[in-house]
Design a protein around this ligand. Structure first.
Ligand SMILES: Nc1ncnc2c1ncn2[C@@H]1O[C@H](COP(=O)(O)OP(=O)(O)O)[C@@H](O)[C@H]1O
Ligand SMILES: [Mg+2]
Length: 342
C-alpha cells in the first residue's frame, strides 16, 4: 500500500517520489509505504525527509530514509555542486546525491542521503566548530576551482548590497531603528566600494578557491562515525569561487551569534582553521583586515537584510530582540570593515 503523509504546507509530488523510491530500492511501487516530513531550518527551498518501508527479497522489513530537496532558478547550481563533490576528495563532506530529476515547472528535485545528527544542537561545544572548520579547509584545499558551477556572484552581490542599503535607509527612518542611523555612512561607503573591496579580498596568499558559500549552523550536521564524530556540510546552493575567508567568517559569525563559548574562543577557532590549511597560525593585522572585508561582503549577501526585515516584522518581543542583536552585529562588522577600508 502506498501510504503518503503530507508534510506541513509543502505539497509532495507523490507520484514522482514513489517512482524514485521504487527505482532506487528496486521495489514494486505498490509495495512501498512512504511517509514524508518537512525538515525545519531551511529558508527557501522545500526540504523533506521521506521514510520508506518495504520487504526485502527475504521478506524482512526494511526502512530507508532519504531527503528530497526541490530547488529552482539559480539554486539549481546545487545539483552541479553535488555532481562535482561526488568525484572529488570532498565526497564525504556532503550528503551523497542519490538521484535528481527535473519537474514540469522547471524545478529540480534532488534526492539526497539523509544525515542523522548525533545531537539536535551540537554547537555549544567548540569541538563541533573545529570539525566544521576542518571540513571547510578541505573544501578550500581540495575542491578544484574548475569544478565549481559558474555564477556571476559579484553582479548578484552588488544588486543585493543596493537592496540592503535601500531597506536599511527606509528602516532608519523608524523610531525602533534609531541605533542603526549612525552606521549608515559606513554602509553607504562600503556598498559603493564593494567591487574594489571584493578585488582586495583575493590576493597571492588568499587566492580564489572553491567555497561552500553559506556556512552557518543550519547548513552543517555533526554525525557520529564509530567512536568519533565528523561534520557534513549541507545546502551547496551558494557554492562559488572566492576568498576562503568568506566561509571562515561566515561560520565564525554564525556560531558566535548563537553560542557564548565558541564566541569567546573565536581567535582560537580561527587559528585552528589556519592550522588545518597548513598555514602559519598568526592572526596578523593584515589577516584581520581581510577577515572583516570578507565579513562585510557576507553582510551584503543577504544576512543583514534578512535580519532588518525580521526586526521590522517580528511577531514577538523575543524575536525582535534576536533580530536586532543580529542587525547590530552585522553593522559592527561593516563598521570594522569600513575602518580597514578607508
Ligand atoms: N541530507 C540531509 N540530511 C539531514 N538533514 C537535512 C539534509 N538536508 C537538509 N536537511 C535539513 O533540512 C534543513 C534545510 O535544508 P537546506 O538544504 O539547508 O535548505 P535551504 O536551502 O532551504 O536552507 C537543514 O537545515 C537540515 O536541518
Ligand atoms: Mg540551508
Amino acid at each position: 500500500m502506498n501510504n503518503l503523509a503530507k508534510g506541513g504546507r509543502t505539497p509532495v509530488d507523490v507520484r514522482r517520489l514513489t517512482a524514485f523510491a521504487a527505482r532506487h530500492y528496486g521495489q514494486d511501487p505498490g509495495r512501498l509505504r512512504i511517509t514524508v516530513q518537512e525538515l525545519r531550518g531551511g529558508l527557501c527551498a522545500s526540504v523533506m525527509r521521506a521514510r520508506v518501508r518495504f520487504l526485502d527479497p527475504e521478506r524482512r522489513p526494511r526502512t530507508a530514509v532519504f531527503v528530497i530537496k526541490r530547488v529552482a532558478g539559480g539554486d539549481i547550481r546545487e545539483l552541479g555542486a553535488y555532481r562535482s563533490l561526488a568525484g572529488s576528495p570532498c565526497a564525504r563532506i556532503a550528503p551523497q546525491l542519490l538521484g535528481a530529476e527535473q519537474t514540469r515547472s522547471g524545478c529540480v528535485n534532488l534526492y539526497l542521503e539523509y544525515i542523522p545528527s548525533f545531537h539536535p544542537w551540537p554547537w555549544a561545544d567548540v569541538k563541533a566548530s573545529e570539525l566544521v572548520l576542518k571540513r571547510l579547509a578541505t573544501v578550500h584545499e581540495a575542491l578544484a576551482p574548475e569544478k565549481v558551477p559558474e555564477w556571476d556572484y559579484d553582479a548578484e552581490l552588488q544588486e543585493s548590497a543596493g537592496t540592503t542599503l535601500e531597506i536599511l535607509e527606509e528602516a532608519a527612518l523608524l523610531a525602533d531603528f534609531t541605533p542603526v542611523r549612525r552606521f549608515l555612512p559606513s554602509v553607504r561607503r562600503l556598498a559603493a566600494a564593494l567591487p574594489a573591496l571584493r578585488a582586495q579580498l583575493v590576493n597571492r596568499r588568499w587566492p580564489r578557491v572553491a567555497l561552500h558559500g553559506d556556512a552557518h549552523t543550519g547548513n552543517a550536521i555533526i554525525r557520529r562515525q564509530g567512536r568519533s564524530h565528523s561534520a557534513v556540510l549541507l545546502d551547496w546552493s551558494r557554492i562559488r569561487l572566492g576568498s576562503a575567508l568568506e566561509d571562515v567568517c561566515s561560520w565564525l559569525q554564525s556560531i558566535s551569534f548563537w553560542e557564548p563559548e565558541p564566541k569567546r574562543r573565536h581567535d582560537t577557532l580561527f587559528r585552528k582553521y589556519l592550522t588545518s590549511r597548513g598555514m602559519p597560525d598568526e592572526l596578523t593585522p593584515e589577516l584581520r583586515e581581510l577577515y572583516w572585508l570578507a565579513g562585510a561582503s557576507n553582510a551584503f549577501a543577504g544576512a543583514l537584510r534578512y535580519h532588518v526585515v525580521r526586526m521590522g516584522s517580528a511577531a514577538t518581543r523575543a524575536e525582535r530582540t534576536m533580530a536586532s542583536a543580529a542587525v547590530r552585529d552585522w553593522l559592527r562588522i561593516l563598521a570594522r570593515a569600513d575602518a580597514c577600508w578607508s
